[in-house]
Design a protein around this ligand. Structure first.
Ligand SMILES: [Fe+2]
Length: 255
């Protein structure tokens, strides 16, 4: 599996606190079937984003773990005015492996009306925004239509593995399943921060998706789609699950 969202590098943000903790996270991820992890430190007003420092930390962790998993570079990109300006000036700076996919985290407090326009500007500059964990943002819970519009406009959506297991509460789990039924999720990632409370483990969520939505969809969300972000290949949207016809519609020509 390929995990596109993980705070695995030590001392850069609120993720791993030490190299030892990062090593423990790599071992956990590998044991649970992850082969590739995108290291995604926060870029927000608390944490400065420095690609060279990140590259050095990746090399250090690869050495310390003897390349047990492949580590890639990325960013948990907060949608702030400063970040947006910088990304528009340097479109490859924050993207996964400096290709095209950009993890975008909305504020928990406000989704400004200009969001559509901002996402459009990022697209026009060559980036493909991946909206991260909308199921954990209360402001988006009654906006599935808005998320569908963003997907129509070539954004993609990532949900956190633990949300499907109820570990971010009932509302997050319910909304994750709503988005799944509407074909609006393209990736499941760990958003791992440490070895215990928020571990970088995808196996349980993959089993949940395979059981409830089929093995083919699980393979797409945990392997094929996330792998495509590493090289910047196009990821096609899903069709919504067809609505079950009511008894009185049976036998009619659906067209
Ligand atoms: Fe994150």
């Amino acid at each position: 599996m390929v995990d596109i969202h993980c705070h695995i590098l030590p001392g850069l943000d609120d993720g791993a606190k030490s190299l030892e903790e990062s090593v423990a996270m790599v071992k956990l991820a590998s044991a649970a079937g992850t082969t590739d992890i995108v290291a995604t430190p926060h870029a927000n007003h608390h944490y400065n984003f420095d690609p060279e420092r990140i590259a050095a930390k990746i090399r250090e962790l690869q050495q310390a773990t003897n390349h047990l998993v492949n580590l890639h570079t990325g960013c948990d990109f907060h949608l702030s005015a400063t970040n947006i300006d910088d990304a528009l000036s340097h479109p490859a700076k924050y993207t996964i492996n400096h290709r095209v996919y950009l993890l975008v985290e909305f504020s928990d407090f406000v989704i400004p009306p200009s969001t559509d326009e901002i996402l459009g500007r990022l697209r026009a500059a060559g980036m493909v925004p991946i909206i991260t964990h909308p199921e954990r943002n209360r402001l988006l819970h009654d906006r599935a239509d808005q998320i569908a519009t963003w997907v129509e406009n070539d954004c993609r959506v990532q949900v956190t593995a633990q949300s499907f297991l109820g570990r971010f509460g009932k509302a997050a789990k319910t909304f994750s399943d709503t988005l799944m039924r509407n074909g609006l999720i393209h990736f499941v990632a760990s958003d791992g921060h440490d070895p215990e409370r928020r571990p970088p483990v995808l196996s349980e969520a993959r089993q949940y998706i395979a059981k409830n939505y089929g093995e083919a969809r699980a393979e797409a969300l945990f392997v094929t789609n996330p792998r495509a972000t590493l090289t910047g290949e196009t990821i096609e949207p899903f069709e919504p699950q067809p609505r079950k016809r009511k008894w009185y519609e049976l036998g009619r020509n659906p067209f």
